[in-house]
Write a protein that binds this ligand. Structure first.
Ligand SMILES: *[C@@H]1O[C@H](CO)[C@@H](O)[C@H](O)[C@H]1NC(C)=O
Ligand SMILES: *[C@@H]1O[C@H](CO)[C@@H](O)[C@H](O)[C@H]1NC(C)=O
Ligand SMILES: *[C@@H]1O[C@H](CO)[C@@H](O)[C@H](O)[C@H]1NC(C)=O
Ligand SMILES: *[C@@H]1O[C@H](CO)[C@@H](O)[C@H](O)[C@H]1NC(C)=O
Ligand SMILES: *[C@@H]1O[C@H](CO)[C@@H](O)[C@H](O)[C@H]1NC(C)=O
Ligand SMILES: *[C@@H]1O[C@H](CO)[C@@H](O)[C@H](O)[C@H]1NC(C)=O
Ligand SMILES: *[C@@H]1O[C@H](CO)[C@@H](O)[C@H](O)[C@H]1NC(C)=O
Ligand SMILES: *[C@@H]1O[C@H](CO)[C@@H](O)[C@H](O)[C@H]1NC(C)=O
Ligand SMILES: *[C@@H]1O[C@H](CO)[C@@H](O)[C@H](O)[C@H]1NC(C)=O
Ligand SMILES: *[C@@H]1O[C@H](CO)[C@@H](O)[C@H](O)[C@H]1NC(C)=O
Length: 448
């Protein structure tokens, strides 16, 4: 999510003021942290393939020693068949924006650390970041080209703390925050092994890109300042992408875990652990007037959601100036959640729109052929016994059809779980009640 800071669900009706967070839980048998995750899913980058020219650059002497020029030259030298090698125990400080859209058949072997400087004032000068015209997206580098691999045991460190500390409720116009990894027009890209640390904003944004493979990645965005939150630190966002595969990921951050947006197709997530996130979210889409948005052919499986806000989630915009589109053919299977605020949600009144405005300007996004299979676990009772909210648009031109829950077993610590549903053609395949029914009202009020 990009637009807001709120954690509360638009469709939920429980009084949450009195809710006390529960201690963190992890899947039975683990892993319960990134070390155990790596033990369960080992990653070994192996030797640099023979036959590739190896290019090295000088490391930084300290946190202010900017080697962005060296990195750029190193990549140009390694381009077309070589490997830029950034060894372990070396730091490479980036203090200038980089245009890396020329890449072609190149590897970057990162065993050390690439660290962006944390001079917020500097980066926020308009020409010091790259801009992409979607919800104020900016980044300090942009990757693009063909046949690119970024891999190794190393870390990309965004030094997010300085950015979160300075945020203070400002919006993206007032206070732009760089995306840690931004790619545009990138084809056949592999991101492997790397740890993405303390991104100021989203961890990854791919636009106009295809054949993206993301494997064995660790993500950590943790604030050490108790009074600030690592806002909007989504693991993955995309616009106009095709063929994305995500495998073996541990992600501990403060927003959506996997969150493809406008025009994302043929996506596969297999084996992902998300701690403290907003869940696996399709969208939001349908935000912009005159625009058509599509999310189609998605399989999300073997996902563990711990201590977060939501599980599977589908989001489309309502309001006076919205676009059209559809979310079609999305399967979530073998999803477990523990200590989650909500189990699953279909939200057609995104974002922050009250029911009156939503009814007046309902979403124009169709939601079809959605399967939630073997989604299990338990919530934390923040919304009482309500474990699912499925609200379709009231627009006659925006149908919700063939949305099914099979082997669904998400429980509430407060007692028998209740799912609310509005406007879902043919029902959900499990008992559910409209959101204004006594059943839902009682379930939502029944906090524990
Ligand atoms: C998981 O998230 C919770 C916050 O909900 C946090 O307390 C805990 O430290 C996180 N666990 C790990 C391993 O990062
Ligand atoms: C941060 O960048 C600004 C220029 O944008 C500069 O004036 C200032 O000295 C820098 N601060 C540090 C600590 O480097
Ligand atoms: C995208 O990248 C390809 C090379 O990989 C290039 O030929 C093409 O012009 C680029 N398109 C845009 C819109 O930049
Ligand atoms: C924590 O964040 C607050 C709010 O931005 C800021 O005023 C304070 O200086 C930060 N504390 C530390 C130790 O950086
Ligand atoms: C950001 O906040 C400023 C000042 O309140 C306001 O003028 C501007 O319209 C806001 N921008 C967005 C995109 O909300
Ligand atoms: C998404 O794809 C549709 C259909 O191909 C196209 O009309 C629309 O412009 C695309 N949207 C964006 C934001 O690029
Ligand atoms: C639905 O999406 C899945 C996953 O991408 C794909 O394998 C399947 O062929 C799609 N089904 C249809 C009917 O297109
Ligand atoms: C949504 O479904 C309706 C009914 O099938 C159809 O008329 C409309 O064109 C669909 N909208 C989009 C954006 O595909
Ligand atoms: C259901 O998902 C769990 C993981 O959450 C998995 O252990 C179990 O094997 C799955 N059941 C089936 C029938 O696939
Ligand atoms: C919801 O259920 C209540 C009582 O069960 C009923 O009075 C109301 O008409 C229903 N609303 C809708 C929109 O179906």
């Amino acid at each position: 999510m990009r637009v807001g800071f709120g954690l509360l669900l638009t469709g939920a009706s429980a009084a949450i003021a009195a809710f006390t967070p529960k201690p963190p839980v992890y899947p039975p048998g683990g892993p319960s942290n990134e070390v155990e995750f790596r033990e369960k899913f080992p990653y070994n980058p192996g030797p640099i393939p023979r036959g590739r020219t190896v290019v090295t650059i000088r490391p930084s002497k300290d946190d202010h020693d900017d080697v962005s020029e060296e990195l750029l030259h190193g990549l140009k030298k390694a381009n077309s068949g070589g490997t830029l090698y950034l060894p372990a125990n070396q730091k490479f400080v980036i203090g200038q924006r980089l245009d890396l859209t020329f890449l072609k058949n190149v590897d970057v072997r990162l065993d050390g650390t690439i660290q962006f400087t944390n001079n917020v004032t500097f980066w926020q000068e308009p020409t010091n970041l790259w801009h992409y015209p979607f919800q104020g997206s900016v980044s300090w580098w942009k990757w693009g080209g063909k046949n690119v691999r970024l891999y190794g045991d190393g870390t990309i460190d965004g030094q997010g703390q300085a950015w979160w500390d300075g945020l203070n409720g400002q919006n993206y116009t007032q206070y732009p925050r760089p995306i840690l990894f931004y790619a545009t027009n990138l084809t056949n890209f592999r991101l492997e092994g790397i740890k993405l640390k303390n991104s100021p904003d989203w961890n990854q944004l791919y636009v106009y890109s295809k054949q993206i493979s993301i494997e064995n990645i660790l993500v950590d965005a943790v604030s050490t300042n108790a009074s600030v939150y690592p806002y909007n630190t989504d693991f993955f966002d995309s616009i106009n992408v095709d063929q994305v595969s995500v495998k073996n990921v541990w992600s501990n951050e403060g927003d959506d875990c996997f969150s493809p947006k406008t025009n994302s197709t043929n996506l596969h997530v297999d084996t992902m652990y998300c701690n403290h996130t907003h869940g696996q979210s399709m969208g939001s889409i349908g935000e912009h007037e005159g625009e058509v948005s599509i999310i189609e052919n998605v399989l999300i499986e073997n996902v563990f959601l711990m201590n977060g806000a939501n599980g599977p989630r589908l989001k489309s915009w309502a309001g006076p100036h919205i676009g059209r589109g559809y979310i079609n053919n999305v399967t979530y299977r073998n999803v477990w959640m523990g200590n989650s605020d909500m189990g699953a949600q279909l939200d057609s009144c995104y974002f922050n729109i009250d029911s009156t405005e939503c009814a007046q300007y309902p979403s124009q996004v169709n939601i079809t052929n959605i399967l939630l299979q073997n989604v299990t676990g338990y919530t934390n009772g923040r919304y009482g016994r309500e474990t699912g909210i499925f609200t379709c648009s009231s627009n006659p031109d925006a149908v919700c059809d063939n949305i099914k829950l099979v082997d669904w077993d998400v429980r509430s610590p407060c007692g028998p779980a209740v799912i609310s549903c509005d406007g879902i053609k043919g029902g959900l395949g499990v008992p559910c009640y409209n959101s204004s029914s006594p059943e839902v009202k009682a379930a939502a009020a029944d906090t524990c």
